[in-house]
Ligand binder design. Structure first.
Ligand SMILES: Cc1ncc(COP(=O)(O)O)c(C=O)c1O
Length: 390
């Protein structure tokens, strides 16, 4: 599809992905390094979003902005039509990101020293944010078989018994790309209810479920199973708006919502910036076809990388994920350590991927590769990978 073939130069745009590699990877000169790491896309946002933001920009007055009913209606109807989840505007609170929302939930519902459960390998802010808030992280590693991840429910229940106050759940799962099945979701809800553990369900990747797979919002099942759930969603991952910043926290529980509102008041926050509201409304009301096209492009990029790398590089295995635009590459068969592999990739191949241990020790032996980029760049990345491994 044409819109996903265009190569856009992102250098000198203050892009973390393209401009911050010296600091992140410790290389002296990153000008020749191809970044396929942090989770944003190299594609332009959908045209209706650009126009909505342009209209807002052209107005020229950028005073305080509030979150209007149209904004909430847009979120509500998207969740209903895309995910079959009926929500109400009153259940929503807005934030400038899912990571800041995680910080808010941790701060609001746990105390210093409290135990928080995560399932590594998992998105690293799940441990970094609570860790910086002096909370204690309890890990229940996912079970991994040939690159397929599942929850070990016996270990999960044992972990919940360690006086855990909050479970931060990644659904779909980053970095493994797992779209959790209904049976898993029900078990999670029942167990967390049994041990009185609040769940923060981070569903930022929910819209990036690849063709043929279906995301079930955890909170939708909580209506039958019970359990306390705060869900975080956002248009930013889906429509490549990370730098615009917007996220929504959703909970049906009046007391949880009230506590979050109090926390917002304590920090003087929870509005969106003037551009984010315009972008959000357009994203959720005008851009579904763009998303369908994107998902096909990502799926095809994944097929290409999986086929080429597994054929060309001995010791590499990759399972196609069910969601996200991230490949989780298993290099254990190469016999290389993470340090050796990263050195080869960065210095020989000139390619920046994410080392798996960033997602916890459970991720060691894997690399995360972002394929949300035009095919010509994907091909370049694959060539660099092959060169690094020669
Ligand atoms: C699981 C997960 N949550 C949250 C985020 C980031 O959210 P935000 O940019 O809204 O803070 C990411 C980004 O990759 C993610 O993978």
């Amino acid at each position: 599809m044409k819109e996903f073939e265009q190569v856009i130069d992102r250098k000198n745009t203050r892009s973390v992905k393209w401009g911050n590699m010296e600091a992140i990877y410790g290389v002296e000169d990153a000008s020749e390094v191809l970044p396929m790491w942090i989770a944003d896309m190299d594609f332009k946002a959908p045209q209706p979003i650009i126009e909505a933001m342009q209209e807002r920009l052209d107005h020229g007055v950028f005073g305080y902005s509030y979150i209007c009913t149209k904004c909430k209606d847009a979120v509500r109807s998207w969740l209903s039509s895309r995910h079959g989840w009926e929500t109400e505007n009153e259940w929503m609170l807005f934030h400038h990101g899912v990571v800041p929302a995680i910080a808010t939930v941790v701060e609001t519902f746990t105390n210093v020293g409290d135990n928080i459960l995560i399932t590594p390998p998992v998105y690293h802010p799940f441990s970094i944010v609570p860790g910086n808030q002096k909370r204690n992280i309890v890990e229940c590693r996912l079970k991994e078989e040939n690159g397929h991840y599942s929850i070990d429910f016996e270990a999960f229940e044992n972990a919940l018994q360690q006086d855990v106050k909050l479970f931060i759940f990644c659904h779909p799962h980053n970095p493994g790309g797992v779209v959790w099945k209904e049976d898993d979701l029900r078990k999670i809800l029942r167990l967390c209810k049994r041990y009185d553990v609040l769940i923060l369900s981070d569903e930022i990747h929910a819209d990036l479920v690849l063709p043929g797979c279906k995301h079930i919002p955890l909170a939708k099942l909580a209506e039958e199973e019970g359990g306390q759930v705060i869900t975080c969603v956002a248009p930013t991952k889906t429509f490549n708006l990370a730098g615009v910043q917007a996220a929504i926290m959703i909970t049906k529980e009046e007391d949880l919502k009230h506590a979050l509102q109090q926390s917002a008041l304590a920090h003087g926050q929870m509005e969106l910036n003037a551009f984010a509201s315009s972008a959000l409304i357009s994203a959720y009301t005008e851009c579904e076809q763009w998303l369908e096209n994107l998902l096909e492009t990502i799926s095809a990029n994944m097929d290409y990388v999986i086929k080429t790398l597994t054929e060309e590089v001995p010791g590499i295995q990759i399972q196609k994920p069910n969601a996200t635009y991230l490949l989780w590459i298993d290099y254990r068969g190469t016999g290389l350590s993470e340090e050796e592999l990263m050195d080869r990739l960065l210095n020989k191949g000139k390619l920046a991927l994410e080392p798996g241990s960033k997602y916890g020790e459970a991720g060691r032996g894997f690399l995360r590769m972002n394929v949300a980029t035009p095919r010509s760049i994907v091909e370049d990345g694959v060539k660099r990978f092959i060169k690094a491994m020669e």
